[in-house]
Design a protein around this ligand. Sequence first.
Ligand SMILES: [Zn+2]
Length: 734
Amino acid sequence: MDSQPYFPGLKPADPGPLSRFLPPLEEGVISAWLSHQNLTGNWLLDPFGFSPRLVLEAARSGYRVLVTVNNPITRFLLETFANPPPESEFTAALADLGSVKKGDERLEHHLQTLYFTNCEKCGQQIRAQAFLWRKGEAVPYARVYECGHCGDAGERLAAEDDIERARKIAATDGLHRSRSFERVVSLKDENRFHAEEAIQHYLPRPLYVLTTVINRLESLSLSPERRRALTALILLACDAGNTLWAHPAERPRPKQLSTPNQFREHNVWMMMEHGSSLFTEMGGRVACETWPRRLPEDGGICIYEGRLRDLAHEVKKEIPIAAVFGSLPRPNQAFWTLSALWAGWLWGREAVEPYKAALRRRRYDWAWNATALNSMFNHLNELLADGVPVFGLLPEPEPSFLTSAFSAAEVTGFALESVALRTEHDPVQAIWKSSQKPEMSKANPGLVQDALHNYLSLRGEPAGYLHIHAAGLITLAEAHALKPSELEFDEVLRRTHALFESALKEDDRFVHYSTGEGVDTGLWGLKLAAAADESLSDRVEIAVVTYLQKNPNSIFIEIESDLNPRFPGLFTPSKGLVYAVLNSYAEKDGARWTLRAEDVASARRDEMNNVLNLLEVIGKRLGYETRMEDKSILWEENGKPVHSFYVLASALVGRALENADEQTVIVIPGGRAALAAYKQQRDPALASRMKKFRVIKYRLLRALNEVQILTRESFEEQVASDPVEQSRGQMMMF
Ligand SMILES: [Zn+2]
């Protein structure tokens, strides 16, 4: 399989509302992919509707995007991003809400008093930004504030007043709690229990604030635009108000509806005050209609509210889909359950009805995910002609996610064309083409073993399990052996993992570098030399430097865009590696990278020659015979080699190690030391080979040459103590 290059993108400047639940994708990826396609027609389909921003970007590229969305919250976000109310409407909406009377006082003041606390330093009454709780306790243990009077700020233990206030609010909790689930399901509904359970993830104070403002949202008479703005702010409050905010935030992207041991109770009103910019910074407007209303020729979004199943017949007749794209769904019980809850709070029971199944607190495992994907892909293939490309993004990839997606696609007639994988922290980019359902066959273990061996051999350095797993899946997909017809998806997942595990463990060509037992821990490499002359990281180093020689003043994404086609598919360089090379060779001016003056090729060559001369001079001073051999300088005594210095301008230590022996000393520029150290961290095989040899830096030789009385002993001492990881610019110790 000739994999496509990984399409690089940019992290969004602003993560946007509910970003902790939405797929973490880079911007610019889908538009880059589309610009490489030769599509007939401009209708695209996103059958998953999981990422509003992805849909927007495709529409902004000039396409008409049909998207199926059955989560009412995602749908609301998509509509709001496509057509955001102006910032003034957000401000006005919050002012309208705040000035409603609650008894004698303004609602805003009433709700703010719930968050009053006294500054520990100056004693003034101020608003807390948050309270901190321990799971299961009845009162908070700490508060977080910034005092506007004296400047005292941070986390302080809860005072008696704070505890008293929390107790008082809890005393009236029952009423608000029952009101809040009645908005979601009726008392007789079988899902009532599930709604109640979900609401357990709200403390009394935020629940009181939320039920109060949601009540007012209904009774206020607002223009449609202002109502949308207020709804958007209350949606932010709904998320800010739950207990799924670990403190400190070690799991910033919750997948399960479970309260962390320590968590943050946000000041919900304050979150609404800060929320409007999240919606207004999404770029220009995009036409957005509901199916079957039609879109302008130059692009827009058409939302289909139902399921793909129901859309299939309608679309096949009327709309020729040129390409399919989307962020593939992965289980998120927390977001799905909360979405059903919030839909009920914001729009009432009817809005929950089509999405009610999400309330049932179930275990969404990977087999469930594969079954759901299988059904989606099945309906998708029904509405597509043969040969339509499908560009799938798999965010937060893990082996089981890949197995579930690839096997579901394969068995429904989507032929896998390409898999590009950067790291486990980046979305996988997979490309399929719609075709006929293949005849499935059985996997041959030998085939998998050879494929994994071949991958590692071409890589020239060890790889983590995710890359190995992907290489194995590609082989199974090519053999149509991902899902033999008699197997259910849970068995497919188990069997695939077991197949790869035994392929690795029962073949002594592979080496496991890991402190853990599990096949998916650490790194896997090869015992014997690889087919590639140079490791992936060495080849990336050469490519980056070559690019910068020709293209000074480049920004990172330009470098990546040149690099990725040279290292496609599973060879995509990580950003960490590219940055390690850049930091070693180049300087950054703003966002632009240029080779350092001393790292321009001609300067480096001169410098290398200087170092070779120095070695000759020092060698002679110490009474050795010296001679050049290839790129090395030999010091000899009585015709026997004492030292062989291999001088490098790069960090391509692999080259130096090829013919290295006991006498070898590798000499590198000081600016390369950190890169050489980084490569050893990445590659345990390289690290253990390097251990046997001395590595010194150019500047040590320069310094030694300055020393008036240099003996063989002091030379050896200095060479032995020059650490490779010593960073640039550190002082020499003599
Ligand atoms: Zn103060």
